[in-house]
Write a protein that binds this ligand. Structure first.
Ligand SMILES: CSCCC(=O)C(=O)COP(=O)(O)O
Ligand code: MG
Length: 261
């Protein structure tokens, strides 16, 4: 039978979002343009609020770390010298966000602001999370078979909960045992996967990680996590070497759990 046998020691399935559960087009054509189009107005409206202050402070710290990068956009502190100064600072934050997004950066600072901005769009029902058709039925099946299912995405945990809590298939948050984002570490660093296993309370070899990005698969594998690379319409192509080396699936339905026939 066609499919990929899940090793018997696997008790946890860890899922990436963009390119794995969800079309890249949904993120690139719906979620990201929402940020680009609304960030100026969002900052103007929420500037004095504590959550927004913290988001800007994190972006400023990130801008300091990025100062050596080509095209980096610094964010000056507000000196308190009137409306022009405030306007310039807000514009610098907008430019910084646009610059980071042009490079598809996955910094915690950018992802935190994005999560807060998407809150209004998801809760008002203007945006609904999208998943490939095989995702929800497969996750339900895995759960029924006793698997734990977690999410690990560069999108902030808050954004992940919005996506699954306000989806085209309703609120499906209950299907997941927990969520991880870049606060635990970046997805291309193997240490992140060790920390995730510690946090779940299992061994790394009890985890199967599904992702579209081979750099992430490689980092997970280095930590002794089982991996499969997910090939979806719209994903970046894989090299011939990657196609040979990694176990590939095009649908979650291809996974064969140890007890299933
Ligand atoms: C609502 S999740 C937003 C997706 C996102 O911002 C992102 O960067 C996705 O990255 P992933 O690690 O899931 O490929
Ligand atoms: Mg991905």
């Amino acid at each position: 039978m066609v499919g990929l046998s899940v090793p018997a020691e696997v008790t946890v399935i860890l899922l990436d979002i963009e390119g794995t559960t969800t079309p890249i087009a949904f993120v690139k054509d719906i979620l990201f343009p929402y940020i680009k189009d609304n960030v100026l107005e969002y900052l103007q409206t929420h500037w004095e609020e504590e959550e927004c202050r913290q988001d800007v402070s994190l972006l400023r710290k990130q801008a300091e770390e990025d100062a050596h990068l080509d095209g980096a956009v610094p964010i000056p502190a507000v000196s308190g010298d009137g409306a022009d100064d405030l306007r310039q600072t807000i514009q610098a934050v907008v430019d910084n966000v646009h610059w980071q997004m042009s490079l598809d950066r996955k910094t915690t600072a950018l992802k935190q602001l994005q999560g807060h901005m998407w809150r209004a769009a998801f809760t008002a029902g203007h945006v609904k999370g999208e998943f490939f058709a095989d995702v929800v039925p497969a996750v339900r099946k895995w759960k029924a078979a006793g698997m734990k299912v977690y999410i690990y995405s560069s999108g902030s945990i808050e954004a992940q909960k919005l996506l699954f809590g306000h989806s085209a298939e309703g609120d499906i948050l209950e299907l997941f045992d927990g969520h991880f984002d870049t606060k635990i570490g970046h997805k291309v660093e193997s240490e992140s996967y060790r920390k995730i296993a510690d946090s779940i309370g299992c061994s790394t070899s009890n985890i199967l990680f599904l992702t579209d990005v081979t750099l992430e698969a490689s980092a997970a594998e280095e930590a002794d996590v089982h991996v499969a690379v997910v090939v979806r319409p719209g994903n970046a192509g894989l090299t011939d070497d990657e196609k040979t080396y990694y176990r590939l699936i095009t649908s979650f339905s291809e996974l064969r759990l140890p007890s299933s026939s």
